[in-house]
Design a protein around this ligand. Structure first.
Ligand code: SAJ
Length: 417
């Protein structure tokens, strides 16, 4: 039987490739012509270890093809983005437009016996909403919300939980939360994922599955906020936060995460808002954690401003224009090339805007800043270390950790130097 994966991004493409690698016929659907063309050539347009080989083999052997418009299949997996709306309110609201569009796109080709799985991280109730959109578009078919176990089309929410950079391994090894709208929906989803998932497929209902995914990322956000808050407190009290955390973590039941320049990527900095916007009066810690992590980049920028002032005071013969700042790392976390929603990149861009002197950046995982920033100069680690007056560590890339460096003005948000 045929599986259709709608949305060929960071989750959809690896998932499609895994099914295809198990010799399932997979039709990938994406609205982006460039993505479709690239995949059909057996190439990938995202960076994820091992994925290029798997996609190449799947396309060459004829198990995977990409198209712009959906075709008939037996199972549909929806893996489209769920961003939040940029409105003026204090609490961002989830934007389900992409799920709505994907539902409308697959509705015409749905048939009796099909399974539709929502993989996108979604606010509680989104799976029921998707089922409603499908039912409205196809009044000739019955859906779980009316027909229960006898529905023509089965629906489930099975959130992805893979870590960027380890997607291929985690897709296979991680346990899966399977939230069917009925028992039969869950059983069919388990059967499908068992094609390649070696982890356990744990069954629950759709709403709990939605909340489980949001809970995982909110939990991490809260823990990182705790570490970030400690870093501010320690700075004030003149305590080394890295030493402090490593000491506290020697306690058998304590495991504090690491502070940094803020929280990036588009999962952990987004998903907690899906809980807060649903229950604003109850989600207090989750809301505060978001605010603490969101405020960290500004605190870092302020540290640079203080360093500039101190530098000028110590070097009265120099002007601001003559001060060179080096940013070490632009990615949203170590050892990846992903600059999306990166606090490091935003900090570097902000510095380049207000600072009158040169702003250098070292980012070993990318080769050009074309289209990203024309005022930041990409350079090598050695060049930055010898040219800059103020050194700002933003990402703990392995290359940086492997070197020792000391200078008078180092602002180290990752505690490596
Ligand atoms: N970070 C810290 N300190 C830490 C750990 C992380 O500041 O101690 C920062 C990172 O630098 C980064 C951000 O947090 O900016 C997020 O990085 P991450 O490695 O915690 O997570 P992501 O966004 O790459 O992937 C997360 C994962 N969720 C959890 O670990 C609970 C992944 O399993 C999810 O599949 C993914 O979100 C997702 O798609 O939702």
């Amino acid at each position: 039987n045929t599986i259709s994966v709608v949305g060929l991004g960071y989750i959809g493409l690896p998932t499609a490739a895994m099914f295809a690698s198990r010799k399932k016929k997979v039709i990938g659907v994406d609205v982006n012509q460039h993505a479709v063309d690239t995949i059909n050539r057996g190439e990938i347009y995202i960076v994820e270890p091992e994925l290029d080989m798997i996609v190449h083999a799947a396309v060459k052997e004829g198990y995977l093809k990409a198209t712009l418009s959906p075709e008939q299949a037996d199972a549909f997996l929806i893996a489209v983005p769920t961003p939040f709306k940029n409105n003026d309110s204090q609490i961002p609201e989830p934007d389900l437009t992409y799920i709505h569009k994907a539902s409308e796109a697959i509705a015409p080709v749905l048939k009796k016996g099909d399974l539709v799985i929502l993989e996108s991280t979604s606010p509680v109730g989104a799976t029921e909403q998707m089922a409603g959109w499908l039912a409205a578009a196809r009044p000739d078919l019955s859906f779980p919300q009316q027909a229960g176990e006898n529905a023509d089309v089965n629906i489930a929410h099975c959130p992805e939980r893979v870590l960027p950079g380890h997607v291929v391994r985690e897709l296979v090894e991680n346990d899966r939360v399977i939230g069917g709208m009925t028992t039969h929906c869950s059983a069919r989803a388990v059967e499908l994922y068992k094609t390649f998932v070696q982890g356990e497929c744990v069954i629950t209902n759709a709403r709990t599955a939605e909340m489980a995914k949001l809970t995982e990322n909110s939990c991490r956000d809260v823990q990182i906020a705790f570490a970030n808050e400690l870093s501010l407190i320690c700075d004030k009290l003149e305590i080394d936060v890295w030493e402090l955390i490593s000491l506290a973590n020697r306690h058998p039941r304590i495991n504090i995460l690491q502070p940094g320049p803020g929280v990036g990527g588009h999962c952990i900095a987004v998903d907690p808002w899906f809980i807060v916007s649903k229950t604003p009066e109850l989600a207090k810690i989750i809301h505060t954690a978001r605010s603490v992590n969101n405020a960290k980049p500004e605190w870092v920028i302020n540290k640079v401003k203080i360093a500039i002032a101190e530098f000028l005071q110590a070097n009265p013969d120099k002007t601001v224009q003559e001060i060179t700042i080096a940013c070490y790392g632009l990615a949203f976390k170590p050892d990846i090339d992903d600059l999306r929603e990166s606090p490091a990149l935003n900090i570097a861009k902000n510095l380049a805007e207000f600072h009158a002197g040169a702003v250098l950046a070292v980012e070993p995982n990318i080769s050009s800043l074309n289209g990203i920033s024309s005022s930041i100069e990409l350079t090598s680690l050695n060049a930055a270390q010898s040219r800059a007056d103020i050194h700002l560590v933003l990402v703990d890339h392995s290359d940086f950790k492997a070197t020792k460096f000391s200078a008078k003005y180092i602002i180290d948000t990752k505690g490596i130097w």
